[in-house]
Design a protein around this ligand. Structure first.
Ligand code: XMP
Length: 323
């Protein structure tokens, strides 16, 4: 019979046997899948695992702290955090095109991750032979199967390392669906905020600012996003919605009035959606009083924002994200 206890026990056993006395690396994104995969492998091989978290400065409020503090406290995992905010902001300076932004963020991410990887490999200790990935069953099906032992190649030149680094993959979640992964995470004692987290794109807030990404705009969007999340949670709506992107239209300004003066500020878009798998989605019919509260708070508390608008487009034709 399927129980989370059985799954954990089985995987721990298998991972121990596979890894032996070698070492493994795991990238943490802040998302559910990589966190649960890392926690499982940590349980199996302890300090033979090192996790890497690249802080690209595009996370939402409190998310980096969740990984750095809460996740580490819950698992005891060995974590290397790379603060790469400046590097990402520099690479993104002057760029407004969505695809261009995605490319830059992806490219920088790989470079920073591989640098961290190289440093770990260079540390004293047994050979690093394994890379942990939070691949789920639906991902396996989508990509047409595979055996789980495929080697992945690391193409980028990192000082002093062979050009093609090959790792064996550990994918402890490849038989599980999302809800099962959450159950396993819960059983492993991971914080609720991580286990129940809604989907969040890898490029983070970088693709939720329509226009150029700057530190100032990120801080502003982080505040608005935190307010929306707080109110949705307070209203008990987290499980009713799939996710709710909060988008800053940084290149748009509109006239408003606040206090005794005219304002000329930016709109914030709320994009709450319901969905089964993100392939299609519908806009969530949120209660008006919740929307009113979010709107009032954002316009009162976030500097330079004088309007909150609601996206009432299904997918298709709209995508869930704006970029
Ligand atoms: P769209 O905007 O295409 O999004 O309707 C579908 C789902 O995918 C998420 N998303 C991403 N996730 N890296 C990710 O890991 C990405 O680059 C990315 N882009 C979109 C989005 O949040 C939604 O859940």
């Amino acid at each position: 019979t399927w129980t989370t206890g059985n799954v954990i026990e089985e995987q721990v056993e298998a991972i121990r046997e596979l890894v032996g006395d070698k070492r493994a690396i795991c990238g943490l994104s802040g998302g559910v899948d990589s966190a649960v995969a890392a926690a499982l492998v940590q349980k199996a091989i302890g300090s033979q695992l090192t996790c890497v978290y690249v802080d690209h400065g595009l996370m939402r409020k409190g998310e980096t702290e969740q990984v750095e503090k809460d996740f580490v406290a819950a698992t005891g995992v060995q974590l290397k955090v790379v603060d790469a905010e400046e590097r990402f902001l520099k690479a993104l300076a002057g760029v407004s095109d969505p695809e261009e932004k995605r490319k830059i963020i992806g490219r920088e991410f790989i470079r920073v991750f591989e640098q961290a990887q190289a440093e770990i490999i260079a540390d004293e200790g047994p050979a690093v032979e394994f890379l942990v990935q939070g691949t789920l069953y639906p991902d396996v099906v989508e990509s047409g199967g595979g055996t789980g032992t495929a080697n992945i190649k690391s193409h980028h030149n990192v000082g002093g390392l062979p050009e093609d680094l090959e790792f064996k993959l550990i994918e402890p979640l490849r038989k599980l669906f999302k809800d099962e992964v959450r159950m396993v995470g819960q059983e492993l004692g991971l914080p609720e905020e991580i286990v129940q987290r809604q989907p969040f794109p890898g490029p983070g807030l970088g693709i939720r600012i329509v226009g150029e990404v700057t530190k100032e705009r990120l801080d502003l969007l982080r505040e608005a996003d935190a307010i929306a999340r707080e109110e949705l949670t307070a209203a008990g709506l987290d499980r009713d919605i799939w996710q709710c992107p909060v988008v800053l239209l940084a290149d748009v300004r509109s006239v408003g009035v606040q206090g005794d003066g005219r304002t000329y500020g930016h709109p914030i878009v709320l994009r709450p959606v319901s969905s089964e798998d993100a392939m299609t989605a519908d806009w969530s019919r949120l209660p008006y009083d919740v929307l009113a509260k979010i709107s009032t708070r954002i316009t009162n508390e976030v500097r330079d924002v004088n309007r909150v608008v609601l996206d009432v487009t299904s997918k298709p034709p709209g995508t869930i994200e704006w970029e």
